[in-house]
Design a protein around this ligand. Structure first.
Ligand code: KG4
Ligand code: ZN
Length: 332
């Protein structure tokens, strides 16, 4: 019988628990978003996030176990994202995972949330073969990762300022849309042509693989200052998102060429965007690259991707002990 594992992710503002049999049979993946709890503050309040995780983590584990129809005694391993993210938030997941592992006498694994994002692809695309180039485009990170094998990866490009998702959320906020702004911007970008509007493509001409999105956000601020609040939202946001999509696709294709990699995966919250998926399909087809992306519910933060990476680590015997700690930064 293939192993059964339980994975927890509490790195930011989503509490998520998954149960995975083997490497692909997802028995449960339950996620509670805290967006509504932070709405009145206009952004995630770290202390509040920790408290919310603490309130819901145990009921969520119970719910996942019930959905998967398994008992604690059926588990073979426990995994938790222990970096990067909000320190207090991660600590909730790490403490619960350690307690479970200790009490049940099970192997424990600390998982890098960023390394896990692309594993949403391994979960559903069993045929993936190395080497791979991953674009992880999320609310907190925009990273290009070159992966030569499981556990053998390095960051080859990153945003030097705001993440793409952060930029999209902030621009959506300028138009009065609540967090997360990505889905509404995506919907408008699908429904409208950019018309006469055009926004900068930051660092596009720079030969490097890093991104920058804060200038694009500022460009929108100036645009709204100059044109007033009664602009035609649809075409303006379509033009804005066209810039984001072009920068992400061009840099990803450039990285694949530079590294000699022919398979690309896209993950992270922004990968749920239909507009972005379309842009990647076009760009990768043109460049002769094979493209993979996960279903939308596995693009945004979830414990299923954490469970999938943990299943590979468990197979390789890469366990941690009860001294496992939380880290706010990408590399511990
Ligand atoms: O991966 P994620 O859930 O959280 C982080 O790890 O940061 O990504 C959240 C980001 C937010 O910026 C959100 O607006 C964006 O992903 N997002 C989307 C969509 N769903 C979430 N952006 C465009 N289209 C979507 N459907
Ligand atoms: Zn994430």
């Amino acid at each position: 019988m293939e192993t059964l594992g339980l994975a927890i992710d509490t790195t930011f503002d989503d509490t998520s628990v998954a149960l995975l049999r083997g490497k692909q049979a997802l028995l449960a993946n339950v996620t509670l978003s805290q967006y509504a709890d932070h709405a009145e503050f206009g952004g995630v309040v770290p202390e509040r996030a920790s408290r919310k995780h603490l309130e819901v983590i145990h009921p969520l584990i119970q719910r996942a176990m019930a959905e998967a129809e398994v008992e604690f005694r059926d588990l073979d391993w426990v995994a938790v994202s222990n970096l990067p993210g909000l320190m207090g938030a991660i600590l909730v997941g790490v403490t619960v995972a350690k307690s479970l592992a200790y009490q049940l006498g099970l192997p424990l694994m600390g998982i890098n949330h960023i390394e896990a994002h692309p594993y949403a692809n391994f979960l559903v695309h069993g045929e993936l073969e190395f080497p791979l180039l991953h674009l992880v485009a999320a609310g907190g990170h925009t990273l290009l990762i070159h992966q030569e094998d499981h556990f053998k990866w390095r960051v080859v490009g990153r945003s030097v300022d705001d993440a793409a998702g952060e930029c999209v959320d902030k621009v959506a906020k300028m138009f009065g849309h609540p967090m997360p702004g990505g889905p509404v911007v995506d919907r408008l970008a699908m429904a409208h042509a950019p018309g006469p509007y055009d926004f900068p493509r930051p660092l596009l001409k720079d030969p490097g693989l890093d991104f920058s999105f804060s200038g694009l956000k500022t460009a929108m601020l100036y645009f709204l200052r100059d044109h007033g609040p009664r602009v035609d939202e649809g075409p303006v946001l379509a033009a804005f998102f066209a810039s984001v999509a072009e920068v992400l696709t061009v840099k990803t294709v450039r990285a694949a060429r530079q590294l000699g990699v022919s398979t690309v995966t896209v993950s992270g919250g922004l990968a749920a965007s239909r507009r972005l998926r379309g842009a990647f399909e076009e760009a990768c087809a043109e460049a002769g690259l094979t493209l993979y992306y996960p279903p939308p519910n596995l693009c945004t933060d979830n414990a299923a991707m954490v469970a999938c990476l943990a299943a590979y680590r468990h197979e390789a015997g890469l366990h941690d002990d009860l001294t496992l700690d939380a880290h706010a930064n990408l590399i511990a």
